[in-house]
Write a protein that binds this ligand. Structure first.
Ligand SMILES: *Cc1c(COP(=O)(O)O)cnc(C)c1O
Ligand SMILES: [Zn+2]
Length: 438
């Protein structure tokens, strides 16, 4: 079997050749660029500015080409998945299509009334395909790109959902898969990975330790790590959460968004998605406030925001919101900058509030989210109470994962069924008791 590493130079040459041609059908991305110093790199598997400043790399697009090719009508005629936005994504050929994206945007009237808002929407990625979290977006893009770059083995450092997604989509694409998680994850996340039969490494340590180990493995084994050496491509998948909300609001921007922060990538890429649609003329520019949500037990970005710092002091995670428990968030400074520049805020809530947030969303809107979504709803509530979200603002809360994966978090907080005999009398007695309780 030829190793992925030895194939790379050939593929890079091919890529450069293809990128040079075809204004209407070829790829619209032109390479990578350092987010800090602007130094250009070819579109290979790399994520840091090794030549100059060690800043993060980002995908660069030819927006004139996109503008010439794309309209509201062409997008609306596309598939009901993230691939309707493929000209904004860093892929060359056919996507790995597992139906990811175009999840519901619910008008949340009951929750809005409860919180004192008038125009609240829930973007529900808890029903994303194939593994019920927003990670399906980033992995669909990363593995498509991994395949194009010639990788045959793919991997990731995960807080749970990423492992589910990488294992599932790798299975569909026929790629070898080895994923790494902290060993203390919820059963649903572990089982929801193993079922796809990857090699699963449960590392005795927290996410930040898992991530450090994976950087070494990436250097030694030449695998495609979706959130390490493929990170510039991976993170672009999150932009689709921005595009979809614009389209689902009838080609308009919201006034305020609230989203959870782990590494901060999702948050910054929603902003990039909005900016790109403005830039190519798909939506009118308007101020949008960006607010972020963290769990108190792992809130390095919220702490820096509160202290008016633009740098992150790493923390050791200790929270039930494991999927967003990253103690040393790579995109933290960019997230703080966006919140500051847009007049938003970044806040943290405790584990008890997170459980209340999960229950509140379920009881009012029929949406069962995991701990990250509970964090988002609890922060939304807190920001309204503190007057940081105006009742008239069109507000979108991003729900990023499904509650059936983190049942441990709520098991003790939701009561129990009435166990009865299969007889009418037994039911009547229980019903009376139930009435008294409600
Ligand atoms: C990964 C994840 C996030 C946020 O991730 P970022 O690293 O900030 O992009 C949010 N919610 C859930 C459920 C996740 O799994
Ligand atoms: Zn640089």
């Amino acid at each position: 079997m030829p190793s992925a590493v030895s194939l790379l130079p050939v593929l890079e040459k091919l890529l450069t050749a293809t990128l040079a041609c075809s204004p209407t059908t070829g790829p619209t991305f032109t390479g990578l660029r350092c987010k800090e110093c602007g130094h250009a790199y070819e579109a290979s598997a790399r994520h840091v500015c090794e030549d100059v400043c060690f800043g993060p790399l980002e995908v660069v697009y030819d927006y004139e080409a996109i503008r010439a090719r794309v309209s509201r009508a062409t997008i609306e005629a596309g598939p009901a998945s993230i691939w309707r936005y493929r000209d904004f994504l860093p892929i060359q050929g056919d996507p790995i299509d597992v139906g990811t994206g175009f999840t519901p945007l619910l008008k949340a009237n009951n929750l809005a009334r409860r919180l004192g808002l008038k125009n609240l929407f829930i973007k529900n990625d808890g029903v994303n395909m194939p593994t019920l979290s927003f990670k399906d977006r980033v992995v669909s893009v990363a593995l498509t790109r991994a395949r194009e770059l010639g990788f045959t083995t793919v991997s990731c450092a995960s807080t749970g959902n990423l492992a589910n997604s990488t294992a599932a989509i790798a299975a569909h694409a026929g790629l070898e898969c080895c994923v790494f998680i902290p060993s203390d994850l919820e059963l649903g996340k572990v089982l929801g990975t193993l079922i796809y039969n990857p090699t699963l490494m449960a590392v005795k340590g927290n996410y930040d330790q898992v991530n450090r180990l994976c950087s070494e493995v990436a250097n030694t084994f030449g695998w495609g790590f979706v959130n390490i050496n493929l990170r510039p491509y991976y993170s672009e998948g999150s932009k689709t959460l921005g595009y979809e909300v614009i389209e689902q609001l009838g080609w308009q921007l919201p006034d305020h968004i609230v989203a959870p922060l782990a590494s901060g990538s999702l948050f910054t890429k929603i902003r990039k998605g909005f900016d790109e649609f403005i830039k190519v003329g798909l939506v009118d520019d308007k101020a949008v406030r960006f607010s972020g949500a963290q769990a108190e037990g792992c809130s390095p970005i919220a702490q820096a925001f509160a202290a008016g710092r633009d740098f992150i002091t790493p923390v050791k995670p200790n929270t039930i919101a494991k999927s967003i428990a990253i103690g040393n968030p790579a995109d933290g400074p960019y997230a703080i900058d966006i919140a500051n520049r847009t007049g938003g805020s970044i806040a943290a809530v405790g584990d008890a509030d997170i459980v209340e947030g999960i229950k509140l969303l379920a009881e009012t809107e029929g949406v069962f989210t995991e701990t990250a979504g509970g964090t988002t709803i609890a922060v939304l509530k807190k920001l309204v109470e503190e007057g940081k979200i105006d009742s008239n603002e069109t507000t979108v809360a991003y729900i990023t994962g499904n509650g059936l994966k983190t049942t441990e978090a709520v098991a003790d907080a939701i009561g129990a069924p009435f166990t009865i005999e299969a007889q009418l009398d037994s039911f009547k007695a229980a019903w009376q008791q139930a009435q008294a309780q409600h």
